[in-house]
Design a protein around this ligand. Structure first.
Ligand SMILES: Cc1ncc(COP(=O)(O)O)c(C=O)c1O
Length: 419
């Protein structure tokens, strides 16, 4: 008999995640603890591939969303490429088994030394603008690519909208025209083109619109400059629902729109030998993890304030963007969520709220909170503010529990300081 689920791999009674008892996981590894389901990660990657059918698309996992080396190497071993934001992310990808040709770097404001090292490692760079390319004009990578701002952007929040007006990323079509001309002058013979318009997008129509503009810019550059793009990289951005009332992204429809636009230009003679690249991060890993935290305090003043053993130090995206993460309590099913509560952490800031005025069961100290969508931009954005430790991380893979990160200790947090 199959168990009813309320979230991928989480049983409706909130007792079992990825086939494991939450109580046992907490007893063994303690809280705060992030638990990942490798099965769900693989399903998410397969769903993208299936949506694009046999279209020549290459997936590069955006390692910034979660750089847990165990998970990165598993993703790479399944044949997925890597999108890296800087030299360290490139090095992590190489250490995790990626070939240089399977990595694309889209960095921001790197030094000439850092860019040269990436290029010497054989990794293609999507330069943010011509000035970044100038820094390594003597050591250009074999393929030169620029990040275009197509003039429109969309993200769940302004902080994760990365194209359109008032953003620091990329260049306009006219600036790109000059940048590719300069690259040709420096001897570049192979070219790519990139955009990344924003993150956490659930509307397929946006991908229809942005890919059309992007392919149109690429075709114009190609025609005017007499260059053929060996790849067009349309970035990440595929969203996942964070609230129960949000509908999941229709990935099949999204892929259909992108392929339709590509084929339209293809029919006109463009992109004959151009590979399409995607850089999803959130879509691959966000809903493949839960964060477990223990309830350490309950204050019943004018309203109930629940205290957990982790807060904005692990989930900075909540105060940073106003993001929402669903919170469940282990062992309680949905029918008993009746008590209005705020949920807070241990940080000395009044921004340290994980939720305001949500309904929770009548909990006690010692109960375990389950915070959903803990896979993407949670561990990778966590800090040690207030000398609070980052969570341990366990991966459930094929029924096995693998402890992939220990809890930080005072010693690990002070490593590198003069003592
Ligand atoms: C260049 C680039 N590629 C890919 C991504 C991944 O985006 P997402 O997690 O929305 O798929 C990002 C995220 O900011 C990015 O900046």
């Amino acid at each position: 008999m199959s168990i009813p689920m309320i979230y991928p791999e989480l049983s409706a009674d909130c007792n079992i995640y990825a086939g494991k008892s939450i109580t046992s996981l907490v007893e063994k590894y303690h809280t705060p603890l992030i638990v990942y389901s490798m099965k769900r990660i693989n399903e998410n990657i397969s769903r993208i591939k299936e949506a694009f059918d046999d279209f020549p698309v290459k997936i590069h996992y955006a390692v910034k969303s979660n750089y847990n080396p165990f998970i990165v190497s598993k993703i790479i071993s399944n044949g997925t490429g890597i999108d890296a934001a800087n030299l360290n992310e490139v090095k992590l990808a190489l250490l995790s088994g990626a070939r240089p040709s399977d990595i694309i770097a889209t960095p921001n404001n790197l030094s000439g030394e850092e860019l040269a090292e990436i290029s010497e490692l054989g990794v293609t760079i999507n330069f943010d603008h011509a000035g970044q390319m100038e820094l390594i004009r003597e050591k250009l990578p074999e393929t030169v690519s620029f990040r275009i701002n197509p003039g429109i952007g969309k993200g769940e929040f302004a902080g994760i909208t990365t194209a359109g007006k008032n953003v620091k990323f990329g260049i306009s079509k006219d600036e790109a025209m000059d940048a590719y001309k300069t690259a040709k002058k420096y001897g570049a013979r192979k070219f790519g083109i990139h955009m990344m318009t924003g993150s956490s997008v659930l509307d397929p129509e946006f991908f229809r619109e942005s890919s059309k503009i992007f392919f149109s810019i690429a075709s114009e550059l190609s025609r005017s400059l007499g260059i053929e793009f060996s790849f067009m990289d349309i970035g990440g951005g595929f969203g996942v629902p964070y609230s129960p009332d949000a509908l999941p992204l229709d990935i099949k429809k999204t892929a259909g729109y992108i392929m339709e636009n590509f084929n339209e230009f293809h029919k006109k003679g463009y992109f004959e030998s151009t590979e399409l690249i995607l850089e999803p991060g959130r879509y691959i890993i966000s809903d493949a993890a839960i964060l477990l935290a223990s309830i350490t305090s309950i204050k019943n003043s004018t309203h109930r304030i629940i205290g957990l053993d982790t807060g904005m130090n692990t989930l900075i995206r909540i105060p940073l963007y106003g993001a929402h993460h669903e919170i469940k309590i282990a062992g309680y099913n949905n029918s008993v969520y009746t008590v209005p509560s705020d949920v807070t952490g241990q940080v000395c800031e009044n921004t340290d709220y994980l939720a305001h005025d949500i309904l929770l069961p009548d909990v006690s100290v010692g109960n375990v909170a389950i915070i959903l969508n803990a896979g993407a931009y949670v561990s990778s954005m966590a800090s040690n503010y207030n000398l609070l430790g980052t969570p341990a991380e366990v991966v459930i893979d094929d029924g096995m529990e693998i402890l992939t990160r220990e809890h930080s200790t005072l010693d690990t947090m002070l490593t590198g300081f003069l003592k």
